[in-house]
Design a protein around this ligand. Structure first.
Ligand code: ATP
Ligand code: MG
Length: 571
């Protein structure tokens, strides 16, 4: 795959899937080919669970000499699929760092082949047209403990089946009047083998084939044949398809196919405090619980991109979670860890005051402005430095001042001295309050001119370092603070009577509109990322931010040691 070398992870992960593939190669199966695919159904946007599958399939192809990976749209269900989804999926896969080259496929391109394969099954006496209603088919299917009942239409002759199936295609029958079913075993312990439906009559316009077809193949039939048509060697899928493998093997054994892929199942990604099913995500979008598929709170790749996630951090996350054979829940804190780790290395540090409190430095000359040196990233000296203007009137964070400060509050309080980052030591000498409300509206401080750059020559130490901006030079900005979308770790646990939406976090978005950021952020490009010192990592919103109105999304917070102390009641 054409991921550039510099982006490529140095360690090659190992897991049971890679072990199976290595063994197949050793046994010279498939003439030494490794051919995987990522087969999304275009009925929604990709989420982080899909990223796991993308990294796995494209990753395995890249790791093996001559390995290739297809992007195939499993677009056999016209009623739920849209072009918008196809386009978003392509751009998300590309953004994640993978390239399918000229191997872009659509299952809908195989409609004629699927049809011919179905005819083959009929001719072998392995499929029949059934005219039971959908309800009856369900009823006849039986349960896990009871065998199913054979359809009275099971005994139709091959000739009759061929004729009816052709007429189904020709549009002679109403939707739902007939289906084509595989003739397997109504008593099978595996319900998928109880004469599954493989074709239905459905008058729906398809986003690629228009109204050419009024019969559509079912997923199970189309999926395994698509893999075979494309010469896939290893069909990697999630655990819920384990029970379908028997059926896929049956189809491919009955049909005269050249390629019979080996299916390997792995556990899907579940992430705490979010949901991972496109159906549920669509519900959130449609009902307006989020602003769209790309809402930064969504676990979609477009949401995460808008939130400020880097493709590298997501790939790294997928590598760390690995692949396993049993379902589990990954702590979302690991995802946060991965993005922090990545942005720590590359994000420019800037100062932004989210809830401003005015500070006047009484002994600082009124008209003076100093351009102070500020390093861009202490983790990477190569990122250089910038100038930050300092003047007599500043903003600091409201929460960085307390009138009755406990002992361990190392920030500003009456009579206490703190460091202003990159600037000077200041001491609070007076507190101005609103006469009516008693709210603190302005602080008066003095600064020590001998501490320029934030270091005292006499070795005097202060414990607190605050960020700040100059009132006259700072820019106004809107800042959106995001929290978990759900208050419950597993909102979709499926427990009786529990609707996942009842666990939506009412405080998942806090919008702050009077924030002030340092002037270096003027004209910041949409999507660009930075660290607001002491707050977290932020990115310029790619939809709502403009030259006139800066809007930032919080990607992830920094860990707050003060909050921890306060929680433990150690003040
Ligand atoms: P959803 O349940 O979210 O609708 P899906 O499986 O129906 O997902 P597809 O478009 O069919 O969505 O998925 C494309 C590929 O991505 C499949 O191979 C599927 O197994 C894989 N995939 C989907 N969800 C996850 C997940 N949570 N973890 C890992 N792989 C996943
Ligand atoms: Mg699916």
């Amino acid at each position: 795959m054409s991921m550039s070398n510099s982006e490529k992870s140095t360690s090659t992960p190992s897991d049971f899937i890679r072990t199976i593939i290595a063994e197949d190669l050793k046994a010279n199966k498939n003439d030494g080919r490794v051919h995987t695919r990522f087969p999304p159904e275009p009925n929604g946007y990709l989420h982080i669970g899909h990223a796991k599958s993308i990294c796995l399939n494209f990753g395995i192809a890249a790791e093996n000499k001559g390995g290739i990976c297809n992007l195939r749209f499993d677009d056999t269900n016209p009623s739920k699929e849209e072009v918008e989804y196809v386009e978003s999926i392509k751009s998300d896969v590309r953004w994640l760092g993978f390239d399918w080259g000229d191997r872009l496929f659509y299952a809908s391109d195989y409609f004629e082949q699927f049809y011919q394969y179905a005819v083959q099954l009929i001719k072998k006496g392995r499929a029949y047209v059934c005219s039971l209603s959908a309800d009856k088919i369900r009823e006849y299917r039986g349960t896990l403990t009871e065998p199913g009942k054979e359809s009275p239409y099971r005994i139709r002759s091959i000739e009759e089946n061929l004729d009816l199936f052709e007429r189904m295609r020709a549009g002679e029958f109403e939707d739902g009047s007939h289906v084509l079913r595989a003739k397997i075993d109504m008593a099978s312990g595996n319900l998928n083998m109880r004469d599954p439906v493989i074709y239905r009559v459905l008058r729906a316009e398809h986003h690629r084939t228009g109204n050419k077809w009024c019969i559509y193949p079912m997923y199970d039939f189309a999926h395994c044949i698509s893999d075979s048509i494309e010469g896939i060697t290893h069909s990697i899928c999630t655990l819920e398809f384990e029970d379908h493998r028997l059926l896929y093997d049956w189809f491919l054994d009955e049909l005269a196919v050249d390629c019979h892929p080996r299916q390997i199942e792995f556990a899907r990604l579940n992430l705490s405090y979010t949901v991972m099913s496109k159906r549920k995500l669509l519900e959130l979008v449609k009902e307006g619980h989020v602003t769209g598929w790309d809402d930064p709170r969504m676990p979609t790749l477009s949401g995460m991109r808008r939130c400020g996630y880097t493709p590298e951090s997501i790939r790294n996350f997928c590598e760390r979670i690995g692949v396993a054979k049993s379902n589990s829940m990954v702590d979302i804190a690991l995802l946060y860890h991965c993005i922090r780790e990545d942005l720590n290395k590359r994000a420019q540090r800037v100062m932004a005051v989210l809830r401003p409190l005015r500070v006047v430095i009484d002994n600082y000359p009124e008209d003076q402005v100093e351009e102070l040196d500020a390093e861009n990233n202490p983790e990477d000296p190569g990122m250089g430095s910038r100038k930050v203007p300092f003047s007599r009137v500043l903003y600091i964070e409201q929460e960085d001042f307390r009138e009755d400060a406990p002992k361990k509050f190392f920030r500003l309080a009456p009579g206490r001295e703190v460091r202003l980052k990159h600037a000077y030591y200041i001491t609070c000498v007076d507190v101005i309050k609103d006469e009516q409300t008693g709210e603190v509206i302005e602080l008066h401080c003095t600064y020590d001119p001998e501490t320029r750059g934030g270091w005292s020559k006499d070795g005097r130490r202060v414990k607190g370092t605050l960020h700040w901006v100059s009132v006259a030079h700072s820019l106004e900005a809107e800042v959106r603070l995001y929290d978990h979308l759900f208050v419950k770790a597993n909102p979709a646990d499926g427990k009786e009577g529990s609707d996942f939406k009842s666990y939506l976090n009412p405080n998942s978005l806090e919008t702050l509109t009077s924030c002030r950021v340092e002037p270096s952020l003027a004209g910041a490009a949409p999507g660009s990322r930075c660290q607001f010192l002491r707050h977290g990592y932020f990115c310029v919103d790619s939809v709502d931010s403009s030259e006139e109105r800066l809007v930032f999304n919080r990607t992830v917070s920094l860990r707050d040691s003060w909050a921890k102390i306060e929680k433990k009641g150690q003040t």
